[in-house]
Design a protein around this ligand. Sequence first.
Ligand SMILES: Nc1nc2c(ncn2[C@@H]2O[C@H](COP(=O)(O)OP(=O)(O)OP(=O)(O)O)[C@@H](O)[C@H]2O)c(=O)[nH]1
Ligand SMILES: [Mg+2]
Ligand SMILES: [Zn+2]
Length: 374
Amino acid sequence: MTPVSDPAVPPHAPLADYGYAPARFADDFAALCTEYGLDAAHVRPARVLSMHYGGAFVVVDDGDQGARMLAKASGVHRKSMREDARNTPAVGDFVVVSPATEGEVVLEAILPRRTMLVRKAAGEGVVPQVLVANVDLVVIVTALAGPSDGAATGDWNAARIERYLRIVREGGAKPILVLSKADLCEDREAILEEARTLLPPEDVYLASFTEGWGIEALTERLKCGETTAFVGSSGVGKSTLLNRLAGSELARAGAVREKDGKGRHTTTHRELFRLDGGALVIDTPGMREVGLYSEDDEHLARQFPEIAELAAECRYSDCKHGDEPGCAVRVAVGKKKLPKGRLEAFVKARDGLVRPPPGSKKRVKIVPRRGRDE
Ligand SMILES: Nc1nc2c(ncn2[C@@H]2O[C@H](COP(=O)(O)OP(=O)(O)OP(=O)(O)O)[C@@H](O)[C@H]2O)c(=O)[nH]1
Ligand SMILES: [Mg+2]
Ligand SMILES: [Zn+2]
């Protein structure tokens, strides 16, 4: 197995520095080898760093350092993915791979997940979709304000945070909450107080990623060898926080439309990074609500079953079928397999739905979004 010969990809730390402890996985590893009829001397463990069109980018030991390789699922594993969407590898997964060609390995199986963040994606019924796996901590980021004009366009919403908390806990990880852009918000103390009723007060942080406050306290939560995922709406500062923690421009952080303070989906895919101190961090693209609009999703999937089916093939699980690369829905429109009007009707129906506030059954109309903005 020779590493990907891309000069832009530096040598990686060995797999042990990506959270893999051979002793902890020994039994599972042996069991998978038996189940899949794999020669234990031939296969090795790896961890998924990011998902790519052709497969998963994994880190695998190569001598005494780690190498990044493209792992393509074996025929047997692809079959299991078709049978259950949860068998699709997710960022953070520990997997079993065997050698293939230069820079590539075959993904044979996924080691049992300790924790995961699952979202119910739209589909025929509701298809569970694993967003990230084997995370210890999930940092839910919510912005207290819009971009820079101080307008009250923050995305604070206690009910939504409670749903995030529930999903994270259901997946077995520990949630903490960060109120970002505190530099732009006058009411921050009041919101902080409300937030501290939702989870243990010591798990709520007030921060400004641009001015640098609150970051040191957060750093202490990210432990060497542990994996932390950042989740939250687009534009709340997840990638900015990652870059602050890393002390370098690991991920691209984006500008925000000044007018309404909404993000622009600067991050387009989930990716696992290793910080110098040894903490592992997964940056994720902004989400509307992690799997929590399942009612709407189900409703939409019933109305537009053919789109729900195509969407399962989009490169990004949270694809909005706007201008994302690898969008299977738009490809189908291009090939005239799906009438353009159907997609337009779908987008209209989807964007016209916003969650009613708790206690109310009424749906509110909002101005249709353009492109991938939310
Ligand atoms: N004033 C202020 N601006 C911030 C803060 N955190 C982030 N920003 C700005 O908000 C914008 C969006 O930040 P990102 O880090 O790209 O947001 P994100 O959550 O990664 O967004 P997606 O990748 O789209 O999900 C950038 O212009 C940041 O400079 C903060 O604490 N205060
Ligand atoms: Mg980002
Ligand atoms: Zn799509």
